[in-house]
Write a protein that binds this ligand. Structure first.
Ligand code: HEM
Length: 355
C-alpha cells in the first residue's frame, strides 16, 4: 500500500494558509521558551542539591518556587501551537496520534503527576530534606518523557511511510523508534532546552534573586556554565541531527535551498556569538542573542517538516473558504490574554522585589 493512500484529505481552511503558518511560527517558540525555562530551572535546582553550602541550598529552594509557574506556562503556551499545527497539518497529526494513542493519552496523567510533584517539591521543600532532590528527579524524568512523546508524534506525522505498521500493531502503541532522525532530533531539542533553561536561571538569579547576593551569584554562575557547556555540546548534537536527515533535505541546508542555507548560517553565527558572550558570563547580551536564535532554529525545524512532507502534502494547495470571524475572535482574545498575563507577571515581579 502506498503511504500517500493512507493520508486522509486535509480539511478546508477558513483563512489563507499563511496566516496559520505565521501564528504557528510566532507561538511555537513561546512554548519552547517556557519549556526551556522549566527544564533548565529544574536541572539547575537539581545540580544545586549536589553542591555544598547554604547558597546552593537556597537556590534550589528559590527555583522550587518558580517551577509550578513554569510548568503552567509551558502547558498553556503549548495550546496555541497545538491549535495551529492542527489547522495546517491536522490530517497528518491526527493520524500519527491515533497510531501512538496510548502514549499520547498518557501525556495528560503524566503532566498531572509532574505538576503535582512540583507543588510538593515547592511547599514541602524544607520538610522533605534530602528527599526533595528525588522528588525533583521524578519531575524531570516525567517532563522529559512528555518531550519524548512529543518528538515521536511530531516526527511520525511527517513520515507516512511508517504508518502501515498499524496494520500489524493496531493497539495505539507505535512509536517512531526506527526513524534515524528521532534520537538526534530529541537530543537536539533537549540539549538546547537545558542550555536555554540555564540562561533563564542565570537571568532569574541576576534579577529577581538580587536581594540575596550569594544566592544570586550562585544561580548566575551555575546557569551560565550550564548554558555555555551545553551550547558547545549542541554544536555536535546539531551536526548529528543535520547528518541524520535524508540527503535531499540535508543538502538544502548546505547551499541547495537559499532560505534553508541562510537560516543555518544565521543560526550557527548566533550560536557562536552566544558562546562568546556566555563564556564571559554576560547574561543580558546572551539573552538578546538567544531569543532570535530560538526563532531561527524553529524556522529550520519547519523547513525540515516541509521537506519531509513535500512528496505527500503542500499546505498552500489546501482549499480556502474564507471566514474571518474566528481569526478575528482569536486575535482579540490573544491580545487580551497577552495583556492579562503581562499584568500578572508585572504584579508577581513587583511583589517578589518588595519581599
Ligand atoms: C510540559 C511538558 C512538555 C514538554 C517537556 C514539551 C516538550 C516539547 C518538545 C521537546 C517538542 C519538540 C518535539 C519535536 O519536534 O521533536 C514539543 C513540541 C510541541 N509541543 Fe510541547 N512539551 C510539553 C507540553 C506540551 C503541551 C501540554 C502542549 C499542548 C497543550 C504542547 C504543545 C506542543 C506542540 C504543538 C508542539 C509542536 C509544534 C510544531 O510542531 O510546530 N507541549 N514540545
Amino acid at each position: 500500500m502506498s503511504p500517500a493512500s493512507l493520508i486522509p484529505v486535509a480539511d478546508t481552511l477558513t483563512a489563507p494558509n499563511g496566516w496559520f503558518q505565521f501564528f504557528l511560527m510566532l507561538t511555537f517558540p513561546l512554548h519552547l521558551f517556557a519549556m526551556n525555562a522549566m527544564l533548565g530551572a529544574g536541572l539547575v535546582a537539581f545540580i544545586s542539591h549536589l553542591y555544598p553550602g547554604r547558597a546552593y541550598h537556597e537556590l534550589s529552594h528559590q527555583l522550587a518556587k518558580a517551577l509550578p509557574f513554569l510548568v503552567a506556562f509551558t502547558i498553556n503556551l503549548g495550546v496555541a501551537p497545538l491549535l495551529f499545527v492542527n489547522v495546517i497539518y491536522g490530517h497528518l497529526l491526527y493520524s500519527s496520534t491515533v497510531l501512538m494513542g496510548l502514549y499520547w493519552l498518557a501525556v495528560i496523567p503524566i503532566l498531572i503527576v509532574a505538576y503535582y510533584l512540583t507543588y510538593i517539591y515547592d511547599f514541602s521543600f524544607r520538610k522533605l530534606g534530602n528527599l526533595a532532590m528525588f522528588v525533583l528527579l521524578a519531575v524531570l524524568a516525567l517532563l522529559l518523557t512528555v518531550g519524548f512523546i512529543f518528538s515521536n508524534n511530531m516526527s511520525m506525522m511527517i513520515a507516512p511511510a511508517s504508518w502501515s505498521r498499524w496494520f500489524t500493531t493496531p493497539g495505539g502503541t507505535l512509536l517512531n523508534l526506527a526513524d534515524p532522525t528521532l534520537m538526534p532530533r530529541y537530543l537536539h531539542m533537549i540539549t538546547g532546552s537545558l542550555a536555554v533553561g540555564g540562561l533563564f536561571t542565570a537571568l532569574y538569579s541576576a534579577t529577581l534573586l538580587k536581594s540575596t547576593p550569594e544566592v544570586s551569584k550562585a544561580g548566575r554562575k551555575l546557569g551560565m556554565q550550564l548554558f555555555t557547556w551545553l551550547t558547545l555540546l549542541q554544536l555536535g548534537v546539531g551536526t548529528w541531527f543535520l547528518l541524520s536527515l535524508p540527503k535531499a533535505t540535508m543538502l538544502r541546508f548546505m547551499g541547495g535551498g537559499p532560505i534553508a542555507t541562510a537560516l543555518l548560517v544565521i543560526g550557527v553565527l548566533l550560536a557562536v556569538a552566544t558562546l562568546l558572550t556566555g563564556f564571559k558570563q554576560l547574561v543580558l547580551p546572551t539573552v538578546w542573542l538567544t531569543l532570535p536564535l530560538v526563532y531561527v532554529m524553529s524556522f529550520m525545524r519547519d523547513v525540515v517538516r516541509g521537506n519531509f512532507l513535500a512528496p505527500y502534502f503542500n499546505p498552500t494547495t489546501v482549499p480556502v473558504q474564507i471566514q474571518w470571524s474566528p481569526l478575528i475572535f482569536f486575535l482579540v482574545t490573544l491580545a487580551l490574554g497577552i495583556g492579562l498575563v503581562a499584568w500578572m507577571l508585572i504584579r508577581l515581579i513587583n511583589t517578589k522585589k518588595a519581599c
